[in-house]
Design a protein around this ligand. Structure first.
Ligand code: SAH
Length: 399
């Protein structure tokens, strides 16, 4: 039973907190103390590299010596985290004398305070005490957080409003961010891209209006205006609108245009980044876009216009002189002209190429080639969009 404790939240900002010991136990406690705004002083002859790093950054003050009586002068709270029982005993004795609450990491019941298993969710701080049974409190904490994250308990009593531009990730529904999924669960209206992970839409409650942006009855040029108008009108009617996009909203996703349109209409709008297909798709197909000693640069390029197209903003000649990784999006139909431009600019013929169609989904296909043969291999294998084309030595690495 934990009835011998009284649960409270301490306002430690600007107050002196002493942590005796600099090992892994102290290391785990420090970040939360620091973010509470406490003036944290660590007393320990030795420290782990992360405790040292916190001291170097100025987040905590590290006294590189053993504890001596008097160290708790002026402290509001003490954490005793050494592995030496006699030191811990001396620290708690001084704390008791000074009437400062003291946590005993080595022997919870010997202290005057205990650290709960804690976790954050959407501005809430959840803490669980189980009378020193750490595994039990941690397990319950994990369960509570999972329940909150699943949206089973309404924690947003102020319902969100306006528009959220949410990156849905490259395709696998598990690759959306925690925030993206939470906002999706609160949506009244979801306006989805054709590349937004379809499985995420299947989870939505039947009361949610789902609009497929690809099927809006407008021509290609007019459709972005139509989407913007739709986001704005639903938001103005008081509905919370999630604009669900594939990958990241700002990587060739026109997300910033939608943000500007909402802002111009005085509709509150936020963006939730996503795992872009440019990096996530190669990763899950076994291709790291950088690798030590192999590629020190990675350039993400839209291939929606062929080299030589006067509207293109891409300097293909400059790209051809790079040694690192080029990740092409929207390039399947123009890979012949693109490969020619890179070869003409000096990129070697045998530069490895990896092509991933519908990456991170059950329909994923991976094709390996070289720069001189990529276009014929893509045609011969009937590769279709959406596909990512990775050009560079990383495409030849074997996992
Ligand atoms: N905002 C998106 C990209 C939109 S442009 C993002 O950050 O991922 C659309 C292009 O993305 C497609 O033509 C294709 O090149 C790429 N793409 C998106 N999802 C993909 C996937 N699952 N597999 C392969 N390529 C993908």
């Amino acid at each position: 039973m934990s009835e011998s404790h009284y649960l409270a939240g301490l306002a430690l900002a600007g107050r002196r907190v002493v942590v005796v010991g600099g090992g892994t136990v102290a290391q785990r406690r420090l970040p939360r103390l620091v973010s509470s705004g406490a003036v944290v002083e660590v007393i320990s002859p030795a420290a782990t590299p992360s405790v040292e790093a916190l001291a170097a950054s100025g987040a905590v003050v590290w006294h590189e010596r053993s504890y001596v009586d008097g160290d708790l002068d002026g402290a509001w709270y003490v954490l005793c985290c050494t592995s030496d029982p006699s030191v811990n005993e001396a620290v708690s004795a001084e704390a008791e004398r000074r009437r400062v609450f003291c946590v005993r990491a080595d022997a919870g019941e010997a202290g005057t305070a205990v650290t709960p298993a804690t976790g954050d969710h959407d501005g809430l701080l959840v803490g669980v005490l189980a009378g020193g049974a750490f595994r039990r409190s941690a397990t319950v904490r994990d369960g509570l957080l999972a329940t909150l994250r699943a949206g089973a308990v309404p924690v947003d009593l102020d319902r969100p409003h306006g528009v959220a531009l949410v990156g849905g990730g490259p395709g696998d529904p598990d690759l959306i961010t925690v925030r993206g999924r939470r906002l999706l669960g609160l949506a009244d209206v979801v306006v989805a891209d054709h590349l937004a992970p379809a499985a995420l839409l299947e989870e939505l409650s039947p009361s949610v209006t789902v609009i497929d942006a690809a099927k809006l009855p407008y021509g290609r040029a007019a459709s972005q205006d139509a989407i913007n108008a739709l986001l704005i009108s639903h938001a103005r009617d008081g509905r919370f609108v999630v604009r669900l996009k594939g990958g990241d909203p700002y990587v060739f996703g026109r997300g910033f245009e939608e943000l500007l349109a909402c802002a111009a209409a005085d509709v509150p709008v936020t963006v939730v980044p996503g795992v872009t297909s440019a990096f996530g798709v190669p990763a899950m197909a076994g291709v790291p876009v950088t690798h030590r000693g192999v590629a020190h640069e990675v350039v993400v390029v839209s291939g929606h216009l062929a080299p030589g197209n006067p509207a293109s903003l891409v300097d293909w000649t400059a790209l051809a002189t790079l040694r690192g990784t080029i990740v092409l999006l929207m390039a399947v139909e123009r890979i012949g002209a693109i490969a020619d431009a890179l070869l003409a600019g000096g990129r070697p013929q045998d530069t490895p190429v990896a092509i991933v169609q519908e990456g991170t989904t059950a329909r994923q296909r991976v094709l390996k080639s070289t720069l001189d043969k990529a276009a014929t291999d893509i045609t011969a294998n009937e590769v279709r969009p959406p596909a990512i084309i990775v050009i560079g030595p990383v495409a030849g690495l074997q996992d």
